[in-house]
Design a protein around this ligand. Structure first.
Ligand SMILES: *Cc1c(COP(=O)(O)O)cnc(C)c1O
Length: 395
């Protein structure tokens, strides 16, 4: 036991150094990091461009608060708007803040347009939007809510890929539909393009706002800057965080002009949000993500990794059911009685780090900068991990 609150158990592995896709623990052991701090270290560890940006900013100015203009914040907002559906950006520090702020913005939009009764959001089963009281209530995962009282009102939950249920849930009080284009924590489940299109159509028909949670899927993770680009469907509001600043804490709410116009002075705020350090690193991250051919390389890496994992799924058909996901946001569906946790542990023993998700899925969320060597090494380690589980089948 130690003095850290036991919300994460008490993990035993400690890292002291990271380089590219590799982490080194305090015993000197090297790991291939296909967890990337849960889809955060998108450019790997110690990326020289990010290190330089952080060092340079650290020597000049850390924090001033939003009582003052922060030029790098304006610059990042303008760049993001130039690359997306959005016309304005609000900066915060985490994914759950980005999503809670997105829901606030959706409510505010209707109130400011004469419909204060429109304040409820329709959300999806097996979603994850973070751990504040409101965002827990948006997902209503019983495990996450246990012991925290009645869920906050204002969220109506419906099953994924069921348009009848969703349309039935729309009432005169509905303000927004809130979804992750690919459900991450819930089990790496991509929402079908046709479904996203129907969500957009329903939102337009009933005057609702469509809110995308791209906290995990955004910033190149799926091989496009934002995952919704695959479907051609654009939201009115989008929450981002995780990979946005390559490992420096940062979140953002992107919104259309119509929404931004209603978020007038004093309606929302953050002490740390958009501070100079976060903005310097986020701008530097965006330099790399938007570099010539960068996202094409992500797609090429994805194709190789998926082919290798599909091959493993075929060879170890008692361990793996299938592989799903997009870009470098991939999930291996583990076949019961085997568990994602056991496969993840077996992979860790082989020096490969992964992350579990719901529905017995083991996620691979490698840094976007991986190449042939890292992919081959990961597949070899996963091959051995699958073999160690499969050998138990014959006992
Ligand atoms: C991680 C995650 C969040 C919460 O982000 P935090 O930074 O942990 O608050 C919200 N939504 C999605 C889709 C996520 O993956």
């Amino acid at each position: 036991m130690n003095a850290v609150m036991p919300t994460y158990g008490h993990p035993t592995v400690s890292f002291e150094k990271g380089e590219g896709a590799y982490l080194f623990d305090t015993e000197g052991r090297r790991y291939l990091d296909f967890a990337a701090g849960i889809a955060v270290n998108s450019l790997g560890h110690s990326h020289p461009h990010l290190v330089a940006a952080l060092k340079d900013q650290a020597e000049r100015l850390w924090h001033v608060s939003n009582l003052y203009n922060i030029p790098d914040q304006v610059r990042l907002a303008e760049r993001l708007c130039g690359m997306s559906f959005a016309d304005a950006v609000f900066f915060c520090n985490s994914g759950t803040e980005a999503m809670e702020g997105s829901v606030k913005a959706a409510r505010r939009y209707h109130a400011a347009n004469g419909s204060p009764e429109k304040w409820r959001s329709i959300t999806l089963e097996s979603s994850f939007h973070g751990r504040t009281l409101a965002m827990l209530s948006a997902s209503k995962n019983p495990k996450h809510l246990d012991g925290f009282g009645d869920p906050a009102d204002g969220f109506d939950i419906v099953p994924v890929h069921n348009m009848n249920a969703l349309r039935d849930a729309i009432t005169p009080e509905t303000a927004a539909i809130v979804v992750e284009p690919i459900q991450g924590e819930g089990g790496l489940r991509p929402l079908e393009d046709a479904y996203l299109k129907e969500l957009r159509a329903a939102a337009d028909e009933f005057g609702l706002l469509l809110v995308f949670d791209e906290v995990q899927t955004g910033f190149g993770r799926t091989g496009r800057l934002f995952a919704h680009e695959w479907s051609g469907v654009t939201p009115d509001i989008m929450g981002c965080a995780k990979g946005i600043a390559g490992g420096f804490p940062c979140g953002a709410i992107l919104a259309t002009q119509a929404v931004a116009d209603t978020m007038t002075a004093g309606t929302h705020g953050s002490t740390f949000g958009g501070n100079p350090l976060a903005m310097a690193v986020a701008n530097a991250t965006l330099d790399v993500l938007t570099g010539d051919g960068f996202l094409d390389t992500v797609l090429q890496s994805s194709a190789k990794l998926v082919a290798g994992l599909k091959d493993l799924a075929a060879r170890y058909d008692t361990v793996l059911e299938d592989v799903r996901g997009k870009g470098l946001m991939l999930g291996m569906i583990v076949k019961a009685p085997h568990t994602n946790a056991a496969l993840g542990e077996a992979a860790r023993e082989q020096g490969l780090l992964t992350v579990v998700a719901g529905e017995n899925v083991l996620r691979m969320l490698p840094p976007l900068v991986i190449g042939e060597t890292e992919i081959a090494e990961a597949l070899a380690a996963m091959d051995k991990a699958c073999a160690s589980l499969a050998s138990a089948d014959n006992d």
